[in-house]
Design a protein around this ligand. Structure first.
Ligand code: GDP
Length: 454
């Protein structure tokens, strides 16, 4: 397929050792020929997949803009399957913008967010979920999150989806045959075989749905709040966890009265810790908003770390929190075990961990427990995860519902042409994952989530 030639700065905004302006499209070589000056003169091009040293100049007045190393990669073995040049400039905003400017004035168009990856999809190098995994790789929060995204890029999910779709197509073909030859005497036997095939497809879909929750945790992190009465040691625990896990990936900024979110790496599980230090009665209006936000974040949390201390023990207030959030994953943390005190626990099945945020005792056990509880409902290790994206999960669930209807139609003896409608719709839902049945609208929505230059 032929599209126009696009260009963008592909490295982050700011100062760096190098920065890259990337182009992709048929006119790549023509464009760089106008702006690239090599010490070896006009016939500098020695072939594809090579690195060239030279200068980028403004073709209007011959002024040198920057000294660069440029890689030129001709189709089809490139990221987009088009002709690609990557100009490695000095990594400052001004040289990058100036280089981009002459690339654009020489015939390229500014790329839209995600457009390079979209081309890789449109040109058939990646299917849609592989293309989406690129953004997951860039945003991976822990090594395990990266593993999940890499599996997706490698095509693990695509393979499974296509395998299931093939089985559906096989069934569709049989149904078509039944429509054409309704008197077929073996129809009875066939329909019972088809019911068992449908059951097998549903089981495979169920397996994918099961791994999705774990996948979501690796991809997005598990939203966690530290709850508990004042002075039990919530902030101390947060600091202790932060100290032990220096691989903090992001910190969502906010004022002291806003919600602070820290990203922690707990044994590969990204923990999005929401600090609720401000949950108390207050007359201050601004602070009230903060408290309200804290309440909301409590409601939307996946996991609650409920801190109590050995001094005051487990109070009615704590019992209320447990009752209110019993649908969530809860870990009760008994803090300050370095002090004297005894605490009576009557918490049925709730996991309890003893720690001292002050001395660090028990923190490692707490991390084990967090990992265990976080993954309790899922398939566990990142290797076992194939679905991590909510969009994919939804499509699989829709396919599962259509299969259920198809199964019902088969069992109630509906005609082949009627029951095939549900089967076809299940096949189409799965196609949205790989992109074979996707709409332009959805494509736009997916790729605008990318950054420019990717
Ligand atoms: P928060 O109000 O729940 O956030 O509690 P803080 O983290 O501010 O702690 C309240 C007080 O308890 C502070 O004086 C801490 O130094 C103290 N504290 C917190 N954790 C421990 C602990 O494990 N052992 C001891 N002895 N004191 C602690």
């Amino acid at each position: 397929m032929i599209y126009d030639t696009i260009a963008a700065i592909s490295t982050p905004v700011g100062e760096g050792g190098i920065g890259i302006v990337r182009t992709s499209g048929d006119d790549t070589l023509q464009i760089i020929n106008k702006i690239f000056k090599s010490p070896s003169g006009e016939n500098w091009y020695r072939g594809s997949h090579r690195l060239y040293y030279g200068h980028i100049v403004n073709p209007a007045d011959g002024r040198i803009i920057d000294e660069v190393l440029m890689s030129v990669m001709m189709a089809p073995h490139t990221y987009t399957r088009e002709n690609v040049a990557e100009i490695n400039c000095h990594g400052g905003m001004v040289p990058l913008l100036e280089v981009l400017k002459v690339v654009l004035s020489s015939g390229a168009r500014q790329a839209l967010p995600g457009e390079f990856t979209k081309r890789a999809f449109l040109n058939g190098r990646l299917d849609l979920n592989q293309a989406e995994s690129v953004i997951d790789i860039i945003r991976a929060k822990t090594g395990s999150s990266l593993k999940v995204a890499m599996n997706q890029l490698r095509g693990d999910l695509s393979d499974k989806i296509r395998h299931i779709q093939d089985q559906m197509l096989g069934m569709l073909a049989e149904l078509e045959a039944a429509i054409d030859f309704p008197e077929d005497e073996v129809e009875e036997r066939k329909s019972s075989a088809m019911i068992s095939n449908a059951a097998s497809v549903m089981a495979q879909l169920d397996e994918l749905i099961e791994s999705a929750e774990t996948g979501r945790i690796y991809r997005e992190g598990i939203r966690t709040v530290i709850a508990g009465r004042p002075n039990v040691g919530k902030s101390s625990l947060l600091n202790a966890l932060l100290r032990e896990n220096r691989a903090i990936v992001t910190e969502v900024p906010g004022t002291t009265r806003d919600i602070i979110e820290e990203m922690l790496n707990i044994k590969g599980i990204p923990l999005r810790l929401i600090d609720t230090a401000g949950i108390r009665r207050t007359e201050d209006y601004v602070e009230k908003i903060g408290v309200q936000k804290t309440r909301e974040s409590l409601e939307s949390a996946d996991m609650v770390l409920l801190v109590v201390d050995v001094i005051n023990g487990f109070t009615d207030e704590d019992r209320d929190i447990v009752a209110k959030f019993k649908a969530k994953k809860i870990i009760v943390i008994i803090n300050k075990i370095d002090l004297d005190g005894d605490i009576l626990i009557d918490l049925n099945d709730l996991p309890v961990v003893n720690i001292s945020a002050k001395t660090g005792e028990g923190l490692s056990l707490l991390e084990d427990k967090i990992m265990e509880v976080a993954l309790a409902d899922g398939a566990g290790l990142p290797e076992a995860v194939t679905v991590s994206n909510v969009r994919h999960q939804t499509a699989i669930k829709e396919a599962r519902i259509s299969m259920e209807d198809f199964n019902g139609a088969l069992k109630s003896g509906l005609t082949a042409d009627l029951s095939s409608i549900e089967l076809r719709s299940a096949w189409e839902s799965l196609g949205e994952i790989t992109g074979s049945t996707v709409t332009e609208d959805l494509l736009d929505r997916i790729f605008t989530d990318f950054c420019i230059g990717k």
